[in-house]
Design a protein. Structure first.
Length: 376
């Protein structure tokens, strides 16, 4: 069982993450009816503008929970079959045997076997997912590049498969979630962005959450600093970036407060039905982009804040990374304990001679913050 939230310990823990090397971070923690909001450091290293808990932020693959929820809302309406062949809805993108064997569920839980398109869209990021062995040149070159979603999907479809459809472990791939966006458009006749906004963001009453239409973030936000394993020194600001390279698989802009509200409502059965939430929690082993095997459901997975293997399953949520921006959101299924933390620095670990990221003081400080937030 978790201990009661300790605001003094949380303040100490968040300050320690800043001291360890993150320019700025902000968080919101719920313990029953008690709410703690805190921030440490700066939102802009040039001006010294401080971070505050209400800032908007790019939340990366936390977006996948939103996209999955939008797809599952269509499943509840009978427009999509969760275990139906995906080629039924997308015959041009998934023709033949591939379209017959890959199901909608396999796209949601990353067991389709489809490869990640990212190294083909950003050639200097090869080999992927071993980003640590590559340079960050493509980031600056493509800061304002407008990618076409179909072209990205076709890159993933043309790449050598990561595995056979339905086999485990699955392989985490943004190709799956861009296909789900096309699926939403095929069955609703509106854009994926409109579906997710209407059925998830507005349904949850999220006032500071949106899928961006431009490279800029509207409203108060932090600068977002990318270190790229120490290759960018000082870390470079990538808060202005065209997010069409991931679209509604990882482009969401939100706040820590909105994300805590969203996951609380999701776990309460107010975004999708309780029976659908049970499907979201059916996990399979999936190899993450960090090459770790994790249990993964339908846009949602169990998480461990300690880390303590005995606690795995107590907390559910998703993490996300964009260039310079990181977010972690998780909570208990009863909604009583929830946490969302956002940091404005990414890939702070430097590399050893073999190209492996080395432990950094930020890692331990963040783990201590998560433990203070969720375990007391």
């Amino acid at each position: 069982m978790s201990n009661p939230m300790d605001p003094a310990a949380l303040h100490h823990a968040i300050e320690n993450v800043h001291r360890a090397g993150v320019p700025g971070l902000f968080a919101e923690v719920w313990d029953g009816d008690r709410v703690w909001r805190g921030a440490a450091g700066v939102a802009d290293v040039t001006t010294g503008r401080p971070v505050t808990p209400d800032l908007r932020h790019r939340v990366g693959s936390v977006t996948k929970t939103f996209t999955a929820a939008a797809v599952l809302r269509q499943v509840e309406r009978g427009r999509i079959g969760l275990d139906a062949p995906a080629g039924r809805y997308l015959p041009e993108l998934l023709p033949g045997e591939r379209g017959r064997t890959i199901t909608v569920r396999m796209l949601l839980d990353h067991t389709s076997g489809l490869a990640e398109y990212l190294p083909y869209a950003y050639p200097s990021l090869k080999p992927f997912p071993d980003l640590a062995r590559t340079g960050p040149e493509s980031l600056e070159e493509n800061r304002y590049t407008r990618f076409d979603r179909i072209e990205l999907i076709e890159l993933g479809l043309a790449a050598p498969p990561a595995g056979a459809p339905g086999s485990t472990p699955g392989f985490y791939s943004n190709t799956n979630y861009l296909l789900l966006c096309e699926l939403l458009e095929a069955v609703t006749g509106t854009s994926a962005e409109e579906c997710i906004t209407r059925d998830v963001i507005e349904r949850a009453g999220l006032r500071d959450t949106e899928l961006p239409a431009s490279p800029r973030i509207d409203g108060p936000h932090s600068r977002m600093y990318e270190s790229w394993f120490g290759m960018l020194e000082p870390p470079r600001d990538f808060s202005e970036f065209d997010m069409s390279w991931v679209g509604p698989s990882a482009s969401l802009i939100s706040t820590v407060g909105d994300l805590n509200r969203f996951y609380g409502l999701l776990f309460a059965g107010e975004i999708v039905a309780p029976s659908t939430l049970a499907e979201m929690r059916r996990t399979v082993p999936v190899v993450s982009q960090e090459l770790r095997t994790i249990p993964y459901g339908l846009g949602l997975h169990p998480m461990d804040p300690a880390p303590d293997p005995s606690r795995t399953g107590d907390f559910w949520g998703h993490g996300g990374s964009a260039w310079g921006a990181g977010t972690l959101a998780m909570g208990t299924l009863d909604g009583r304990r929830r946490m969302c933390v956002a940091v404005n620095l990414q890939r702070w670990n430097v590399l050893d001679a073999s190209g492996r990221p080395q432990p950094h003081a930020v890692d331990a400080a963040l783990t201590a913050l998560y433990r203070a937030a969720l375990c007391g």
